[in-house]
Design a protein around this ligand. Structure first.
Ligand code: SF4
Ligand code: SF4
Ligand code: FES
Length: 240
């Protein structure tokens, strides 16, 4: 089969005998038998470490679980600095966890978790930080400071943990470049290998933000007031 790999010089086509192989196995065959300089990242080979995320035919996949097809076009993740061939630098993306303060800030030792409590955010705990959602998110093309899907999913994991005693502080942190900057397009959900929906987590964070008195800063920017009318003020009267 033929697969095209985006390299520093552009797309390079390789002919490879890789029927029934994963994309990672195909890349290994190319590296061993055709071009030892081909660069890509990998680790566990079993969809656990998240290091082999890349894009195939413009969609994010884990190379170690994606079955390679004839004609595939393979590219590095988007929205991150490119290092070489299929390797990107995820440092700035991972730094968003720090900016979002995505950890338990104040531990309420009296609030012991039941099995039911653990189920509330068990899925979010499965994030392998592969960066696929970050790559797929269209917001970064207009706002590089957006905290992004996996960091906000982590914030939801913390906020939904009843041991967190400072929920409001967590919610305060994600008001700028956070929950309201998401377009709810759902692209992050569609590419997550762990089945996590950052979009759904962001919607829950928006609801929680409203409980703490925040509202969508874009509300009314289309000319509508609280009544949804065009050109109306808060009381529905026309504004000139
Ligand atoms: S739903 Fe929000 S976080 Fe997810 S890809 Fe769309 S804009 Fe980005
Ligand atoms: S939320 Fe899913 S797609 Fe995003 S980094 Fe975690 S595992 Fe990867
Ligand atoms: S090599 Fe670890 S997830 Fe693919």
């Amino acid at each position: 089969m033929k697969i095209a790999v985006k390299r520093d010089v552009g797309f390079v086509e390789f002919e490879v005998d890789a029927a029934e192989c994963t994309l990672l196995e195909a890349l290994e065959i190319i590296k061993e038998s055709q071009d030892a300089s081909l660069a890509y990242s990998s680790g566990c080979r079993s969809s656990v470490c998240g290091s082999c995320a890349m894009r195939v035919n413009e969609k994010e996949v884990l190379a170690c679980s994606y079955k390679v097809q004839d004609g595939d076009k393979v590219e590095p993740l988007k929205n991150m600095p490119h290092i070489r061939d299929l390797v990107v630098n995820m440092d700035a993306a991972l730094e968003k966890n720090k900016k979002a303060k995505a950890w338990l800030a104040s531990f309420n030792a009296d609030a012991a978790l039941t099995h039911e409590d653990e189920q509330i955010n068990a899925l979010q705990s499965d994030c392998i930080l592969c960066g696929s959602c970050y790559s797929a998110c269209p917001v970064f093309s207009v706002n590089e400071e957006f905290l992004g899907p996996f960091a906000l999913t982590r914030v939801w994991k913390v906020v939904s943990d009843k041991r967190e005693a400072e929920q409001k502080t967590k919610i305060d942190t994600i008001q700028t470049n956070g929950v309201w900057d998401c377009t709810l397009c759902n692209e992050c959900t569609l590419v997550c290998p762990q089945g996590i929906s950052s979009k759904a987590d962001i919607e829950k964070l928006r609801a929680k933000s409203s409980q703490f008195g925040y509202m969508d800063p874009n509300f009314g920017s289309f000319g509508g007031g609280f009544d949804g009318g065009f050109g109306g003020g808060f009381d529905g009267s026309p504004q000139f």
